[in-house]
Write a protein that binds this ligand. Structure first.
Ligand SMILES: [Zn+2]
Length: 333
């Protein structure tokens, strides 16, 4: 099996940002492979198929981590739930633990001068991660129950267990006024191969949103998730070997959305420039954290030429990698 390596390896499964169907990149998803143990971070569209193309075996999956509940990070959770039976998830000795953000409880106010619209699912308009998995199971209950009764497949609860990340009361999180207050990294998961810690990041109105750090015997890697420039990411990434960070081409934002002045255009520009990290800034973040390697992923827009992404290196003296789908990056080069 390809995933058995002597050292720890990062596999970029999908590197496209945003809820668009791209032909050159799959949706955002990454793997950390520590010997024969597999961990996944985010489940953008195509994540399960990309795992298979990378030679990774879901039968070795120990835990999965969801940075936030935007569709481009979780669309493939349904495929994990529904196809996992046939991809060796039934071989796991205990349910794979999946962690993601809890509900923030409140629907966001309309951006800028957009008018308020009716919400969908008014009885539960902001489900957290564990509830989302529950709703997915309900949506596919006909299939799941038939396969359990007709094919003898296991109850999905034996394969997967979903948990909301619980913020301690000492963290003054508020979805409107403090989406990413300064905080000490929070331990989310630990086993004999990894310790995974998390901090809140700035991706409002989507919150809570998290960055994750994996500490292994070989070194450390941080995944920023989706965030604007955020001191918590620098705190989490300080001393790490690799920082896998999102990035947006701020010039593309202005070119694409700045030509017309409409409420939707203003709201889109405001979101892209505060909830994501422009190219010049991502290098500065990596430099401040002092990481050895900066890997760019969640590229927005996903289809533009590579040269612009390399401008991130103007403010970073370490090694810069512009991520490609299925790229394998040893934790320690
Ligand atoms: Zn997002």
């Amino acid at each position: 099996m390809k995933q058995i390596t002597s050292g720890t390896e990062i596999v970029l499964l999908g590197t496209a940002g945003g809820p668009r169907l791209r032909t050159n990149r799959a949706g955002i998803a990454s793997a950390v492979v520590v010997g024969d143990a597999l961990y996944l971070v985010d489940f953008g569209y195509g994540a399960c198929r990309q795992s298979k193309l990378a030679g990774l075996d879901l039968g070795h999956l120990r835990a999965g981590f969801v940075t936030h509940l935007h569709s481009d990070h979780i669309a493939d959770l349904a495929n994990l739930l529904l196809f996992g039976w046939y991809e060796n998830l039934e071989n796991v000795t205990r349910p794979v633990r999946l962690y993601g953000p809890g509900s923030r409880g409140r629907v966001a106010a309309p951006s800028a001068d957009l008018r308020a619209q009716d919400v969908v699912c008014p009885d539960d308009p902001m489900p957290g991660f564990a509830a989302t998995i529950g709703h997915l199971t309900q949506a596919f209950a006909t299939d799941i129950n038939d396969r359990m009764r007709d094919n003898g497949r296991s109850h999905p609860g034996r394969l997967l267990a979903a948990y909301d990340i619980e913020l301690p009361a000492s963290v003054p999180f508020d979805p409107e006024t403090a989406a990413a207050p300064p905080m000490d990294p929070l331990t989310v998961y630990r086993d004999d191969r990894v310790e995974v810690t998390a901090v809140l990041v700035q991706h409002a109105p989507m919150s809570p949103a998290y960055a994750f750090r994996f500490d292994t015997a070989d070194g450390s890697v941080v995944f920023s998730g989706d965030t604007g420039v955020c001191d918590n990411v620098i705190t989490l990434a300080t001393g790490a070997d690799v920082l896998v960070h999102e990035v947006i081409d701020e010039q593309w934002v202005q070119r694409t959305h700045g030509a017309v002045d409409t409420p939707r255009a203003r709201a889109t520009i405001a979101h892209h420039t505060t909830a994501h990290t422009p190219i010049p800034d991502v290098g500065r973040v990596a430099q401040k954290a002092g990481v050895g390697t900066l890997v760019l992923n969640h590229l927005v827009p996903a289809q533009i030429d590579r040269p612009r992404w390399h401008e991130a290196g103007e403010h970073f003296t370490g090694r810069l990698i512009v991520g490609e789908d299925l790229e394998r990056i040893p934790l320690v080069p």
